[in-house]
Write a protein that binds this ligand. Structure first.
Ligand code: TPP
Length: 515
């Protein structure tokens, strides 16, 4: 067996059975090994941002890492923005990045670059393999790192000669270290704070916004009257009927300050003290009042469920019925011109049970929470890293992870253009994704931000940098060009019809929603 085969066997034997790829010459022996050996599903992405974003979406839903196969420094660099998002989401990914054969590096061929230097800022672990006989061990180590809870980005750089030279054997990844349990003192001080009777909140992040943590948080709220908050972004938030609902901290700084102003103590559970996405002149970076105290029950790395169980025990809340449980409350289908409340009502009425909603609707997504509160139970995925272009690729990965579930991707038109190639992978793999493109023909959020940072009123040149209307993008044509069926909606009845049509099909369907 050669090094490439030893890697593929190692990955498969270690439970990694999806490889999302965009290879080149230096990775051809891996392509050949993937071709020859059984056990690995291979999915082609036509841009590396699709590859890395899909691996992120896969981890969020499957809770185990996929591998990526990327071409040297430039291929990895194309995938970095979504690796950044994945890292912030604490997704585990095994990146396999090809490199020139060791003896070729000295000659500075066109694709030569500092691959490890490119990898480092967006990886938790970077390693370049020295010889073919080391590939299996290094591959197993990469899988182990990627699986370390809550998830890590492991980047393994493999010179071409390590792929084609003779190897000894494959390896199997050792189990990752378990999540650390929190100290008894953290439980006690959280319980003291919550019993104190002041205005307290649990701020939930990471596994804290998923079951069974939500039910435990609901019991703690039932006992203490504390508020349940979630961060503006969550890698995977379970919500809708039957789930304990959390209050999402708003994006807009003034709204976040208004929500948090009354809290005197916030207990962090897998979350960090809330901070604005950006700084604005004259506004604070931190969103809680200056005299608000924080205590950390658990970090995102810790065993959050055990910590909440311990806290519920401490407060004798285990047997209480959880507070804040959302009841099934499906809005009536609205009619008339498109409004964001109307869009929320259509979604609230039609989100199917156990759907996965990938939200990159940006300014159009702000008000979707209210009327989807009592929808059928679903998962809501948002961008943890703020780098736009995450949504369509994450939808690809979520659909690969959960073929029995409906995926709905809510996309700003500007954001969707970053990684549009994901549509082609959806078509090729027949992925069950319904995409809603909010066609407002602008970087709408930035028009607001222009004023918010105190830059005044935009002139023509600034307006041209913030609008997408000349020429207007033809979303139905773009979708069909990638092999995806599409339809347009310019009022709420048509939107509901289009959404029903998309959800009824098993493959991808794109809706251009004209705003
Ligand atoms: C990689 C990256 N480039 C640029 C930005 C800055 N940015 C934030 S939102 C945005 C525009 C989003 O437009 P769209 O998706 O159409 O949503 P809308 O603002 O119209 O609601 C841009 C360019 C970013 N966040 N990430």
């Amino acid at each position: 067996m050669n090094g490439a085969e030893s890697l593929v066997r190692t990955l498969v034997d270690s439970g990694v059975d999806l490889c999302i790829t965009n290879p080149g010459t230096s990775e051809m022996h891996f392509v050949a090994a993937l071709d020859r050996l059984p056990g690995m599903r291979c999915v082609l992405g036509l841009f590396e941002g699709v590859v890395t974003g899909a691996a992120d979406g896969y981890y969020r839903m499957a809770e185990r890492p996929a591998a990526t196969l990327l071409h040297l420094g430039p291929g990895l660099a194309n995938g970095l923005a979504n690796l950044h998002n994945a890292r912030k989401a604490r997704s585990g990914i095994v990146n396999i990045v090809g490199e020139h054969a060791t003896h070729h590096l000295a000659h500075d061929a066109p694709l030569t670059s500092d691959v490890a230097g490119v990898a480092r800022p967006m990886s938790d672990w970077v390693h370049t393999t020295a010889t073919a006989r080391d590939v299996a061990r290094d591959g197993a180590r990469a899988v182990q790192v990627a699986r370390t809870p809550p998830g890590r980005i492991a980047t393994l750089i493999l010179p071409a000669d390590t792929a084609w030279n003779e190897a000894d054997a494959s390896a199997v990844a050792a189990p990752a270290a378990p999540r650390p349990t929190v100290a008894a003192a953290s439980l006690k001080s959280a319980a003291v704070a919550l019993r104190h009777g002041r205005r307290c909140a649990l701020l939930l992040g990471g596994l804290g916004v998923r079951e069974p943590a939500l039910q435990l948080a609901g019991r703690i709220a039932a006992r203490t009257g504390c508020m349940l908050l979630s961060e503006f972004n969550s890698a995977r938030l379970q919500r809708g009927a039957g789930h304990v609902a959390t209050q999402r901290i708003p994006y807009v700084v003034d709204s976040a300050l208004a929500l948090l102003k009354d809290y005197s103590h916030i207990v962090l559970v897998g979350a960090k003290p809330p901070v604005g996405f950006f700084a604005y002149p004259g506004k604070p970076s931190l969103l809680a009042p200056p005299d608000c105290e924080f205590s950390t029950l658990a970090t995102a790395d810790d065993d959050i469920v055990a910590a909440l169980q311990g806290l519920a025990d401490e407060l004798q809340a285990q047997s209480l019925a959880p507070a804040h449980v959302a009841a099934l409350d499906l809005p009536a289908l609205p009619r008339g011109p498109v409004t964001l409340d109307g869009v929320a009502a259509v979604l609230g009425a039609l989100i199917p049970p156990q759907a996965i909603v990938v939200d990159e609707a940006v300014s159009s997504g702000r008000g979707l929470g209210g009327l989807t509160h009592g929808a059928q139970p679903h998962d809501w995925l948002t961008s943890m890293g703020g780098s736009i272009g995450y949504g369509l690729p994450v939808a690809v990965g979520a659909a690969l992870a959960c073929p029995q579930r409906k995926v709905i991707a809510l996309e700003g038109d500007g954001s969707a253009m970053y990684t549009l190639q994901a549509l082609w992978t959806m078509a090729r793999e027949s992925l069950d994704v319904t995409i809603v493109v909010f066609a407002n023909h602008a970087y709408q959020i930035l028009r607001g931000e222009f004023a918010n940072v105190g830059a005044g009123a935009p002139g023509q040149r600034a307006t041209d940098m913030l609008t997408l209307d000349r020429p207007a993008l033809d979303w139905c044509a773009l979708a069909r060009g990638h092999g995806v069926e599409a339809g347009q909606a310019s009022d709420l009845e048509a939107f509901a019809r289009q959404l029903q049509r998309g959800l009824a099909s098993d493959g991808p369907y794109l809706i251009e929603l004209l705003l």
